[in-house]
Design a protein around this ligand. Structure first.
Ligand code: FAD
Ligand code: NAI
Length: 467
């Protein structure tokens, strides 16, 4: 029976990064993956394909709506959807092959098949050919990720009623798209299909979009999306979908019940969150405890209730983000190699890759209020940023929240083009416990959009220059 220091179940960003770090530290490692390609949700049906379509659809929209004002005259762009999907697939293939290469480079064994725990120290792998093998492991890391959350009574067929997976591969642009859930997936994939020509209506249970993000930032973001053509039905829920006719009939009512309304759609995207994926892992038989939300329960060192079995990524508590899974993968590999692996959950950036983007790190204003922390706010709009003005992309602003007594930066929130790139100087600053003054006194290249971050830091001390 093959024997390893570490066997990892799942090769998403949590699993494959954990494998590489463990191999770097001298452990003998194998990964088990039930899909034919490596890279998990993120590389195959998540982060990467969605970003390819966001990029391509943004270029399509720019060519149709922004080129003329810059003096570039082109014929109205035509959509070749199969070619756009091929562009997406090339991106997926490039990345999944890259992970395969990294496995080889780091001498990590890849075992294809569905992994199941046979207690601590043993994993059974059932191959697609019906054959099973058992491998021995001093330690096991479960990195099986998450799956789509479903709406009761509504069956996802991935053709007309789709999850994010189907929404990444539609074979034509729906005339009317209804998105259930105004979270990250709904707004990103809603943006893709709106740019390509769909009328998009988003039905959201809560009375706001993007729950968990800073309320002021999100309010402005919602207005921008509405200007782009998004229609929001907030405080509402979908109760049923009739798919018997050519058009779907979607019954919507107030979240609290009442005010029923029937909407028509060609496609409905269900994007109401994701759930930990633990099916068929043999967790109960192995004695691995779950928490109240079905996630694998872990301690501060990623250890489950069974000695020698660890878990990371979407299958455990915390935000369901690829970079969080990666950092946990590195941390647990380091712990297993006798080092001090650690993840700082207070500084995990979040980005919504729409146009404009929304990014955030640290506490929101609502969270500080609730915790009774005294804070100061510095804000700076992109309308006052020189680079944004010349590019005529002035939507949005930067908001910095700092401790009122110590000036330590507690949260940074940005809505604006390239917000997803700009957030990282705030993340580094916060990792070092930096203050708004530190940020404000750091020289920023001119002309950049990042100068708005510096100006927002100056605004914390009421001394922004260009406002
Ligand atoms: P996963 O990536 O889900 O990987 C788990 C792997 O385990 C899979 O390959 C699965 O096949 C395998 N597996 C499961 N059970 C078994 C078993 N029993 N045996 C063998 N293999 C098994 N996050 C971001 O940070 N940025 C983004 O832009 C972003 N965009 C997203 C867009 C979409 C449409 C979706 C759906 C998600 C997006 N996410 C994004 C979230 C991100 O994909 C996840 O947070 C991330 O993939 C979690 O990584 P993971 O390693 O925990 O699990
Ligand atoms: P989400 O948790 O971001 O949003 C789900 C939304 O659906 C919420 O606003 C919620 O209030 C709403 N909702 C729940 N039940 C509902 C109902 N019955 N009717 C109407 N609305 C309802 O989940 P989403 O968008 O599905 O994404 C899943 C995960 O994937 C997220 O945790 C996210 O972190 C990750 N992801 C990250 C991305 C990024 O980092 N850019 C991109 C896409 C996904």
């Amino acid at each position: 029976m093959p024997s390893y220091d570490l066997v990892i179940i799942g090769t998403g960003p949590g699993g494959y990064v954990c494998a590489i770090r463990a191999a770097q530290l001298g452990l003998k490692v194998a990964v088990v993956e039930k899909q034919p390609t490596l890279g998990g949700t993120c590389l195959n049906i998540g982060c990467m394909p969605s970003k390819a379509l966001l990029y391509a659809s943004e270029m399509f929209e720019e060519a149709g709506h922004s080129f003329a004002k810059m003096g570039i005259t082109v014929a109205a762009p035509k959509l070749d959807l199969p070619a756009m999907m091929a562009f997406k697939q090339q991106g997926i293939d490039g990345n999944t092959k890259g992970v395969e290469f990294l496995m080889k480079k780091n001498k990590i064994d890849v075992i294809h098949g569905k992994g199941k725990l046979l207690g601590a120290g043993k994993v059974e792998v059932a191959g697609a050919d019906g054959k099973s093998q058992t491998v021995e492991a001093k330690n096991i890391v479960i990195a099986t990720g998450s799956d789509v959350a479903r709406l009761k009574g509504i069956e996802i067929d991935e053709k007309r009623i789709v999850s994010s997976t189907g929404a990444l591969s539609l074979d034509k642009v729906p005339e009317k798209l209804i998105v259930v859930g105004a979270g990250v997936i709904g707004l990103e994939l809603g943006s893709v299909w709106r740019r390509l020509g769909a009328q998009v209506t988003v039905v959201e249970f809560l009375d706001r979009i993007l729950p968990g993000m800073d309320g002021e930032v999100v309010k402005q973001f919602q207005r921008i999306l509405e200007k782009q053509g998004f229609v929001f039905k907030l405080g509402a829920k979908v109760t049923s979908i009739d798919s018997s006719a050519a058009k779907l009939k979607v019954q919507v009512e107030a979240a609290a019940g009442g005010n029923p309304e029937a909407l028509e759609a060609d496609v409905v995207l269900v994007a109401i969150g994701r759930v930990p994926y633990t099916s068929g892992l043999g967790l109960t038989e192995a004695g691995v405890a779950l928490d109240e939300r079905g996630r694998i329960k872990i301690d501060g060192h990623f250890a489950s209730s069974v000695k020698g079995i660890y878990a990371i990524g979407d299958v455990v508590r915390g935000p369901m983000l690829a970079h969080k899974a990666e950092d946990e993968g590195v941390a647990v590999a380091e712990i297993l190699a006798g080092k001090a692996g650690h993840v700082n959950y207070d500084v995990i950036p979040g980005v919504v890759y729409t146009t404009p983007e929304v990014s955030s790190v640290g506490k929101t204003e609502e969270e500080l209020k609730e915790a009774g922390v005294a804070y100061t706010v510095g804000k700076f709009p992109f309308t006052a940023n020189g680079r944004s003005k010349v590019n005529q992309t002035t939507d949005g602003f930067v908001k910095i929240l700092a401790d009122a007594k110590t000036d330590r930066v507690l949260g940074v929130h940005i809505v604006g083009r390239e917000a997803g790139e700009m957030i990282h100087e705030a993340a580094v600053l916060m990792e070092f416990g930096g203050s708004a003054e530190d940020l404000a006194r750091t020289c920023h290249a001119h002309p950049t959009r990042s100068e708005a971050v510096k100006e927002a830091a100056l605004a914390v001390g009421k001394r922004a220059i260009h406002m």
